[in-house]
Ligand binder design. Structure first.
Ligand SMILES: CC(=O)[C@@H](O)[C@H](O)COP(=O)(O)O
Ligand SMILES: NCC(=O)COP(=O)(O)O
Length: 240
């Protein structure tokens, strides 16, 4: 029985919208529909090249969203820090993306970036924004996350998703270890990246203390076949 909440990442809705230059699909309408269909949060990840979520989208969404708003991005970009402080979301998730990455593909080195993370996290916490930092499932990274002052960690789940089909018991082990350490240290646990209808239930059942999953690419892809409402209900069912 998991109590993890589902935050729907709508990046790929913005990808489709941007492909023709108009406002179809309407990103705000889709976000509100996701909430109406049961999503417990909305996640966006504005990147410096605005390939999908544009900075203006964040202002537009903030005015209308009723569930938890989670803004993900690279805080080393000054525009991102201003965007977050202007919009005061429920949560900001700090992701150490380099420019030009096709997607997020690594977590923070919380040891090497300890002082930097302490400073930027305190800035967001002073604004009463819950902070989560994107990390690999590594116990040492979790231990060092504690002294950064972060409220939560987001476990980067691509490695789990890749190994899930071949060796499920091996795939989950680093995440269980990281979660036990986070629980011991009093850090909240989020997770995301490449989670889908096949791998989500096992993950949620085996990672103790999981509070939130943010899912976008697979969920939006599934919705092309199953419909958005049905898809969100199916993902929520995996978390029951
Ligand atoms: C941090 C992470 O894994 C995802 O939240 C990220 O938002 C995916 O970004 P793209 O949608 O640009 O692949
Ligand atoms: N933080 C993970 C996220 O928001 C969505 O990642 P994905 O499901 O698009 O891989």
């Amino acid at each position: 029985m998991s109590k993890a909440k589902l935050s729907v990442n709508i990046n790929k809705i913005a990808t489709l919208r941007n492909s023709r230059g108009g406002n179809n699909p309407d990103l705000v309408k889709v976000a509100l529909d996701c909430e109406r269909f049961g999503a417990q949060g909305i996640t966006v990840h504005p990147r410096p090249d605005e390939r999908h979520i544009r900075y203006q989208d964040v202002y537009d969404l903030k005015e209308k969203i009723k569930t938890e708003f989670n803004i993900e991005g690279n805080c080393q970009e000054h525009k991102f820090v201003k965007l977050v402080l202007d919009n005061l979301p429920a949560q900001v998730t700090l992701v150490p993306d380099a420019l030009g990455q096709i997607t997020s593909n690594h977590g923070w080195d919380t040891i090497k970036n300890q002082n930097y993370l302490q400073d930027i996290i305190s800035k967001f916490k002073e604004a009463n924004i819950r902070v989560s930092i994107f990390i690999d499932p590594n116990v040492e990274m979790v231990e060092a996350a504690k002294t950064t002052g972060t409220d939560r960690i987001e476990l980067y789940t691509e490695a789990y998703a890749k190994q899930f089909e071949n060796n499920i018991e091996k795939a989950i082990l680093p995440y269980i270890a990281a979660a036990h350490k986070a629980n011991e240290l009093g850090i909240g646990i989020n997770a995301g990246h490449d989670l889908d209808l096949h791998n989500l239930k096992y993950f949620a059942e085996h990672v103790p203390g999981l509070l939130e999953v943010s899912i976008g690419h697979a969920l939006i892809s599934d919705a092309l076949y199953l419909g958005l409402e049905n898809t969100i209900q199916r993902y929520l069912y995996q978390l029951k």
